[in-house]
Design a protein around this ligand. Structure first.
Ligand code: ADP
Ligand code: MG
Ligand code: MG
Length: 199
């Protein structure tokens, strides 16, 4: 079973990963966006860590709802509302129990990813974070490690795609040949999940 501390470790590991990789994320965003994805993610998850420490939410669902709300209110770019919705919706779907199973997490995460797709109107192949999140969500039914591997593969798979959503879509053909920054950060989120799970 996954307890509240597991979810705190997931968020802390994500904050550490985006801090470590912020320059790479911003570099990816400078090629096909406005060069702020690393700083957006770093600022957002930095405040997530701080608010989780000050408010000490008591359940897995409450950890993710608070983290999501924090991202929505602190990140101005597209990624704030999208990641905020992912975590908030996943947290709501987890309900109020103090521990959840791997299967419950997989199902709740699926609901979170579906909410991201509804909010942003993107689908698989549009060269967005969904190209990492959708395969990760399916693989999470197996394990966190499988979700991490699927997200990494999905992020690398955005390189040859043409962007159809977000800022990069303005470049049209010019977006081809570059990895999507949001797909790269989604892979970090799943790496952090696997790390929290000890996989
Ligand atoms: P902004 O584009 O506002 O500067 P960020 O740079 O923080 O925001 O995030 C950009 C990332 O957000 C993109 O790489 C993409 O993965 C994701 N994104 C943008 N628009 C959408 C959308 N409509 N649906 C899903 N993801 C999106
Ligand atoms: Mg940007
Ligand atoms: Mg921006």
């Amino acid at each position: 079973m996954l307890d509240t501390d597991f979810f705190r470790r997931w968020m802390a590991a994500t904050a550490a990963a985006v801090e470590r990789e912020a320059e790479r994320l911003t570099g990816l965003d400078s090629a096909i966006g406005d060069a702020d994805h690393g700083s957006n993610m770093r600022r957002g998850f930095g405040t997530v860590t701080a608010v989780l420490e000050s408010e000490s939410p008591a359940t897995p669902g409450a950890v993710l709802v608070l983290a999501g709300r924090q991202l929505i209110s602190t990140v101005g770019g597209a990624s704030g509302p999208l990641y905020g919705t992912l975590l908030r919706r996943t947290g709501k779907a987890l309900g109020e129990s103090g521990e959840v199973s791997q299967g419950q997490l997989a199902e709740a995460f699926g609901a979170g990813v579906a909410a991201v797709a509804r909010l942003g109107g993107a689908k698989a192949g549009d060269k967005t974070m969904l190209d990492a999140l959708l395969p990760a969500s399916r693989a999470l039914a197996d394990s966190a490690g499988a979700a991490r591997d699927a997200a990494r593969a999905g992020a690398l798979g955005t390189v040859p795609l043409r962007a159809r959503k977000g800022r990069a879509s303005c470049l049209g053909e010019g977006s081809v040949g570059h990895q999507d920054p949001g797909a790269a950060s989604a892979a970090l989120l799943m790496e952090a999940l696997a790390e929290a799970a000890g996989e």
